[in-house]
Ligand binder design. Structure first.
Ligand code: MG
Length: 340
């Protein structure tokens, strides 16, 4: 087994504003596993919020390469990966690359390898980041082809933002507060107001680890409440099930496909509704998540649609309808070599 990794650069088409801050570009890592003439690919979409950086991902890759030195068994490395103790985004890149390799070696598409159907997939939402009212209205008009929007809130201008969106469209909206409301009382006021604005669900209304407050909110909320920053892995889903209606599963949070499937199974058992989400990432990472898409109720797989220099070709998106590639493994190919 040989490992390679390189950085790639993603430019946001519009500056990306969420409750935590604004970004215009993102540098990420691609991880490759080469063995027996087959190359598997995975993407690490690290986030500062989760204590990750370009440097920490690189160190994680080096740790895994050291742990796997002299071994030539991708499946054994996949089994060992959780015990090497690396961060979610790094683990996701390696887990996805290993799954891509194993499925290509087996000659089947990744979703088949995982025992998941290719279709039907829920329609993905398209995200509208925080901005001034005029820019938001323009972005909503530019997103005319997408039937469902996810609007970022959690600011002191939430009513202005929804007003700007509603000035140009009546389509269904989902709201993501990204931990931006401070108290359960404030969150309840916002949720009650949003229920009258044609909103389908509210994601992460309060800062993570405020489970009792979310349970209080959910008892009074007319809208489903979905955990994102609170739902990192399968470890605390039983606790979340008493407070939340659903969870947002992301490969970069949980560490890859194996843990994501564990979360899907446990969510089914606990009656938690499931969204599959993403970070700002290329079609490499988005395609990996989409292979799980048939098991989700909601998809928010739009990271690749928000950048102007997607470095991979994989899944297709036509008016929010995702189609998986028809090829062994992930089914992704590199468009441009990226930057080393
Ligand atoms: Mg979110």
């Amino acid at each position: 087994m040989r490992f390679h990794w390189h950085t790639h650069h993603l430019t946001l088409t519009n500056p990306w504003g969420i409750a935590r801050g604004v970004s215009k570009e993102k540098e990420g890592w691609v991880f490759e596993i080469e063995h027996a003439g087959v190359i598997g690919h995975g993407e690490a979409a690290h986030t500062k919020r989760n204590g990750e950086s370009l440097e920490s991902v690189k160190l994680d890759f080096e740790r895994v390469a050291a742990a796997a030195a002299g071994k030539d068994d991708p499946r054994a490395l996949l089994d060992a990966l959780p015990f090497i103790g690396i961060n979610g985004a790094s683990a996701a890149a390696i887990d996805v690359a290993l799954h891509d390799w194993l499925a290509q070696q087996a000659g089947v598409a990744l979703h088949d390898f995982l025992g998941i159907k290719a279709s039907p997939l829920p329609i993905t939402s398209f995200s509208i980041g925080i901005d001034d009212a005029e820019t938001i209205a323009r972005k909503v008009e530019e997103a005319a082809e997408y039937p469902i929007l996810k609007v970022k809130l959690g600011t002191d201008r939430d009513r202005e933002i929804i007003g700007a969106v509603r000035s140009v469209t009546n389509k269904p909206l989902r709201v993501d507060a990204n931990e931006g409301w401070a108290t359960r009382k404030e969150a309840l006021e916002q949720v009650k107001w949003l229920a009258g604005e044609g909103i389908e669900l509210v994601e992460q209304p309060l800062p993570a680890h405020r489970i009792a407050d979310v349970a209080w909110l959910r008892e009074r909320s007319p809208l489903p409440i979905v955990a994102d920053e609170d739902a990192m892995t399968s470890a605390n889903l039983r606790e979340l099930a008493v407070a939340y209606d659903g969870i947002n599963i992301k490969l970069a949070k949980c560490g890859g496909l194996r843990e994501a499937v564990r979360m899907l199974d446990l969510a089914d058992e606990l009656g938690l509704r499931v969204m599959l989400g993403c970070m700002i990432e290329s079609s490499l990472g988005i395609t990996a998540a989409a292979h799980l898409g048939a098991r989700a109720e909601w998809l928010d797989l739009d990271g690749n649609l928000l950048v102007s220099d997607d470095s991979y070709v994989g899944l297709r998106c036509d008016r929010g309808v995702l189609t998986l590639p028809n090829a062994p493994g992930l089914g992704v190919t590199l468009v441009s070599p990226g930057r080393d």
